[in-house]
Design a protein around this ligand. Structure first.
Ligand code: HEC
Ligand code: HEC
Length: 259
């Protein structure tokens, strides 16, 4: 028996590491995806699959792009109790390292924070705290990245298994139910997007022009601007440790123009 040369051993062990860190089969997520309703007739878009656990698919595991750090859907209840997505509301996520991200719900009530939106950090530091409007979720989010992983909507199977499930919201022993918010309880500072635009300054208005730099090229900033109801939810993320609640701090400002 020959022992492998050192380089070959390294090669073998890194292959094993890749295999282990790769997208190994996860029966829980696989079953969740399996049970989801079919794709929306209009096909994938920022408005698709409201109420579903977005990050089961938008993850390294399932590979749908973009990859999300967190995503979900906000609802209000119509007078007949059916659910309707709520656009133009900020969802704020506070992580354990003091980072804050704000994302705006789109026309379907969907919001998402992509992994790329987490500027300067690779990922959230769990557990997370969640704010919607002026309400805070009491419990912490330990690792679930889809709001709908816990806020599971009603479906025939759940209702058949558990008669206590609220047929409209899905609330029951195994679910916190749809995330319900009524439009009139949202303070102006937590509204976003084109419809009720207050101002976008809450997400960071972008950097001030650089010193002496009227002609500077900086100033775009990383803060978000107003949302766009039809496309991606506006997201701005501050990875700072100051715990600012107002989203991205804006750019550092231009470097200043040439004299
Ligand atoms: C069953 C899997 C699945 C679920 C659940 C899912 N998506 Fe997708 N999503 C996809 C696929 C597949 C695409 C197409 C892009 C791709 O294949 O990478 C896509 C595309 C998107 C895109 C990009 C659209 C574009 O024009 O480029 C956005 C944004 C998006 N989804 C948001 C969401 C949100 C928000 C949720 C949850 C409310 C969600 N998705 C739930 C599978 C899923
Ligand atoms: C780990 C499970 C879990 C995840 C993930 C989760 N929630 Fe919750 N959420 C709960 C539970 C349980 C409750 C009810 C008790 C409470 O308020 O903590 C709740 C309650 C809430 C409430 C109601 C608070 C109130 O005043 O009635 C809001 C709003 C909310 N969640 C928003 C969200 C949003 C937005 C997300 C995704 C960013 C999310 N939740 C993700 C479990 C979860």
């Amino acid at each position: 028996m020959q022992t492998l040369p050192k380089t070959a051993r390294w090669w073998v062990s890194s292959l094993v590491a890749i295999a282990l860190s790769g997208c190994s089969f996860d029966p829980v997520i696989a079953e969740r995806i399996e049970k989801l309703p079919p794709e929306d007739p209009a096909g994938p878009s920022a408005l698709h699959r409201p109420g579903q656990p977005c990050v089961d698919c938008h993850s390294a595991y399932e590979g749908a792009k973009p990859e999300f750090a967190m995503a979900g859907t906000l609802y209000t209840q119509n007078p007949d109790l059916t659910l309707k997505g709520v656009p133009g509301v900020f969802v704020t996520i506070f992580d354990s390292a003091g980072g804050t991200s704000k994302a705006c719900t789109n026309a379907a009530g969907n919001f998402f924070v992509t992994k790329e939106d987490l500027q300067g950090v690779a990922d959230y530091a769990f557990p997370l705290t969640v704010q919607v409007g002026s309400r805070y979720m009491n419990s912490l989010v330990g690792r679930e990245r889809s709001c709908a992983g816990c806020h599971v909507l009603a479906n025939e199977e759940r209702i058949a298994q558990d008669p206590s499930v609220d047929k409209a919201t899905g609330q029951g022993r195994s679910s916190a139910g749809a995330i319900l918010i009524s439009a009139d309880e949202i303070p102006d500072s937590e509204r976003c997007g084109p419809a009720p635009v207050v101002t976008a300054t809450v997400t960071g208005a972008g950097g001030a022009a650089g010193a002496g730099g009227a002609a500077g090229t900086g100033g775009a900033g990383t803060g978000g601007s107003g949302g766009d109801a039809t496309s991606a939810a506006t997201t701005s993320v501050s990875a700072s440790s100051t715990g600012a609640t107002s989203g991205g701090g804006g750019g550092a400002g231009g470097a200043g123009g040439a004299p």
